[in-house]
Design a protein around this ligand. Structure first.
Ligand SMILES: Nc1ncnc2c1ncn2[C@@H]1O[C@H](COP(=O)(O)OP(=O)(O)OP(=O)(O)O)[C@@H](O)[C@H]1O
Length: 282
């Protein structure tokens, strides 16, 4: 969707610098996500992906730079009720026994809303249904598996019916059928115009949805463009990973090195997208 003064980008981040401890974690990141776009944020471990999304939602302070969300400067004027954020995998239990339904319902609270709205139970159940956990609404969260807890957190974000969804590795530790169910839900939501920024280690089940990939390396954007294409040549049912095909066998042996997804020496990126091999024996 194109930008106009009446329809500003969902995310506009310019010159983002973040310092944690004595380290410069983000060193001048620019990121714009237009309304309705589905963007993946990729990069090796420690490249700064989580720090970037946390800085976008105001959880870590900026040393420099500027963030606008849904047309408002980061702060109280952001329409927070329209934003769903799923943090990197953490336990969904908050130290007190809670049911899945209660955790999801907490997603309906924000800034000025301190009481659950009428019909919250039905809303929470619908959100749990979207992530395939309708039958676990009354389960204590600590009794759920790690992957199920992650799905509860996704449901909590979806319960708000967000216009902008920011997800930090939402499918890490989630089994393949649940990943596919989540991808189907997300496809439906994005068809309705939701904007998504999602941190991923590999595109996996979400690959068909991703319109653009931004790759971080050592706190800088090193790629912003087309997602890797799927090679059909080796397509097979039981193999799925990023597997760049370079001339250099060492680079080829290092999954993700083609796009700065590992700490392998950085090479200049050509505009031609890397390929995802889903079938070749690795
Ligand atoms: N609170 C903190 N204090 C100091 N350093 C931190 C803090 N949080 C993160 N870092 C460091 O910032 C760097 C980036 O971390 P971040 O979690 O953003 O990376 P990431 O790309 O999300 O990694 P992963 O894929 O492993 O989740 C890492 O080197 C990490 O050790």
């Amino acid at each position: 969707m194109s930008t106009s003064p009446l329809n500003p980008p969902a995310i506009e981040a310019t010159g983002i610098h973040v310092t944690l401890g004595n380290s410069d974690i983000l060193r001048g990141v620019d990121l714009t996500v237009e309304r309705g776009e589905v963007v993946a944020l990729l990069g090796a471990n420690g490249s700064g992906k989580s720090t970037l999304v946390k800085s976008l939602v105001g959880i870590v302070p900026l040393a420099a730079g500027h963030v606008r969300l849904l047309g408002a400067d980061l702060g109280p004027l952001v329409p927070w009720a329209q934003l769903g954020y799923v943090p990197q995998r953490v336990s969904a239990q908050a130290g007190v026994p809670s049911t899945a339904e209660e955790v999801v319902a907490s997603g309906l609270l924000h800034g000025r809303r301190i009481r659950l709205p009428r019909g919250w139970r039905a809303t929470a159940r619908e959100a749990l249904d979207r992530v395939g956990l309708a039958d676990r609404a009354q389960s204590a969260v600590h009794e759920l598996s790690g992957g199920q807890q992650q799905r509860v957190l996704i449901a909590r974000a979806l319960a708000r019916d967000p216009r902008l969804l920011i997800l930090d590795e939402p499918v890490a530790g989630v089994d393949q059928p649940s990943q596919e169910a989540f991808a189907a839900t997300l496809t439906e939501l994005t068809r309705d115009g939701m904007t998504v920024l999602v941190v991923l280690h590999e595109l996996g089940a979400l690959a068909p949805l991703i319109q653009r990939c931004v790759v971080l390396r050592h706190g800088l954007v090193v790629h912003d463009g087309a997602p890797p294409q799927v090679t059909s040549a080796h397509a097979g049912p039981d193999h799925e990973h990023l597997h760049p095909h370079g001339d250099d066998p060492e680079r080829s042996a290092s999954p993700g090195s083609d796009m700065g997804l590992t700490d392998a020496p950085l090479t200049r990126h050509s505009p031609a997208p890397a390929r995802i091999d889903r079938g070749a024996a690795s």
